[in-house]
Design a protein around this ligand. Structure first.
Ligand SMILES: [Zn+2]
Length: 464
């Protein structure tokens, strides 16, 4: 059996339609159908690649035909030379003909461009990659390593065969920088909207914003630092249950607070909504926690719970205690945790101090000492968690997982082997957040509106 696949290109005006053979599918009648019927991935990729090459070539030629006319009289401009233009898509790359025309019309003398020559295709296609192809790279590189994304794209798309990891990195970096520029702009706008004169009163139910700092390994820098701090935050809107993430690796400075505010506005939060900031109480995020709409700061129950868990784990290995004593001590720890949960922090501290005497753990170089020091240090941020929960107020992010692990740990740590530059890490974080927030498609549609009509730049000459 032999099926040949052809493309029929309808003729322009008087020219007849053209038929181009794309490929053929041959099957041996004796082959067991169980070994796979229909197209194999390799065949499908090859057919798609051929089809894409035809579509690209025809589309580019037609565009040049339309765009190469004199803007005044419509007569075809004189051609100077033709250069190859490489365009990459998910269905393979194509080398397109990009002719250069003399911008001065030989008929009416009108100049259709600023320079002596114009290259309509090269001018219109400033990015030599299909937006959807760039989007795929961003999407996968944001949830897996560049190497894994390259393997996946290579297997899934004909265009992935000629896509090195370095290209993915470069494309993701460019999109990340674009998002960073937009975030910077939004931060400036937020600062403007919260100036004293523009400020509006805060009303409505408070939103919960979990803010945390994470650290990413970097190659040794000039100042000897080996880690880049990242401010990560997560907003969970209880009404829809959907989480939104934000991260920035550009320092821990004052601007972080306004940046958090800009992030909230970018995901549709009204600037009048009050915000409850949940954090681990660390100093590194003190600026980020001071966003203008923040009305309360609460020590995140997730972090408290985690530290109690660490203490319970250490108690299991307590030397010189029998199983019965260990069990009793663990029950005391759980009791102390519930005291804290119910807002009775002084009684909780008393319980923990009593545990010190029982275990003989003094100082702060043990799990108990660390817990006591942590809770006392953040004492002002401790609230009645049971009361808040009962009132429907947030005590932690709904997912209850650390925002740092969610944003950074799962993509940027990987057994501690990954090293990042500040710019590279920040770009990837912007792309990752956009994908996790489900905003990546919307961004690309905003940047590259589908079906948008092409307007040649020199048309301004005619209008003025
Ligand atoms: Zn002309």
């Amino acid at each position: 059996m032999r099926i040949s696949i052809q493309a029929c290109i309808d003729g322009q005006g008087a020219s007849p339609p053209r038929v181009i053979t794309i490929g053929c599918v041959e099957r041996d009648a004796g082959v067991d159908p169980a070994s796979g019927m229909g197209l194999f991935v390799r065949e499908a990729h090859e057919l798609l690649r051929q089809m894409q090459a035809i579509v690209l070539r025809e589309q580019a030629d037609e565009f040049v035909r339309v765009a190469a006319g004199c803007l005044a009289c419509g007569r075809c401009l004189g051609i100077k030379d033709t250069k190859p233009l490489v365009y990459r898509t998910a269905y393979g790359k194509a080398i397109l003909r990009s002719p250069r025309f003399y911008s001065c019309c030989s008929g009416c003398g009108f100049k259709s461009g600023d320079g002596d020559t114009i290259s309509p295709l090269a001018h219109a296609l400033r990015e030599r990659s299909h937006p959807q192809w760039t989007w795929f790279q961003c999407r996968y590189a944001s949830v897996m390593s560049y190497r894994l994304a390259q393997i996946y794209l290579r297997d899934a798309f004909p265009g992935g065969k000629a896509l090195p990891t370095s290209s993915i990195k470069r494309n993701v970096g460019a999109i990340g920088q674009r998002l960073e520029r937009e975030a910077n702009q939004a931060t400036g706008d937020a600062a403007h909207s919260f100036r004293r004169a523009n400020r509006l009163p805060l009303t409505g139910p408070p939103l919960a914003l979990q803010i945390d700092a994470g650290y990413i390994k970097t190659p040794p820098q000039a100042d000897g630092k080996r880690w880049i701090p990242v401010v990560a935050s997560k907003l969970v809107r209880s009404s829809r249950g959907r989480g939104y993430a934000h991260a920035s690796a550009l320092g821990l400075g004052r601007r972080q607070g306004m940046r958090q505010q800009a992030f909230l506005q970018s995901v549709g939060v009204d600037r009048q909504s009050p915000v409850t900031v949940l954090s681990d109480g660390g100093d590194d995020i003190s600026h980020a926690c001071k966003l203008p709409a923040a009305t309360a700061r609460v020590l995140d129950w997730f972090h408290i719970g985690m530290r109690f868990e660490q203490l319970l784990l250490s108690l299991r290995g307590l030397r010189g205690a029998d199983a019965y004593t260990k069990d009793r001590l663990q029950r005391d720890v759980v009791a102390a945790k519930w005291l804290l949960w119910n807002g009775r922090k002084e009684r909780c501290f008393a319980e923990l101090e009593a545990l010190r005497r029982e275990t003989g753990w003094v100082g702060s170089h043990n799990a108990l000492g660390r817990l006591i020091r942590y809770l006392r240090g953040c004492s002002a941020l401790l609230v009645n968690y049971a009361g808040r929960r009962a009132a429907g107020l947030p005590i932690s992010s709904a997912g209850a997982e650390s925002v740092v692990d969610y944003l950074i740990g799962q993509r940027m740590k990987r057994n501690g082997h990954m090293r990042w530059t500040r710019a590279g890490a920040n770009s990837l974080l912007q792309v990752r957040c956009a994908v996790l927030n489900g905003q990546d498609v919307r961004n690309f549609k905003r940047w590259y509106p589908p079906g948008k009509q092409f307007a040649p730049l020199p048309r301004a000459h005619l209008l003025s």
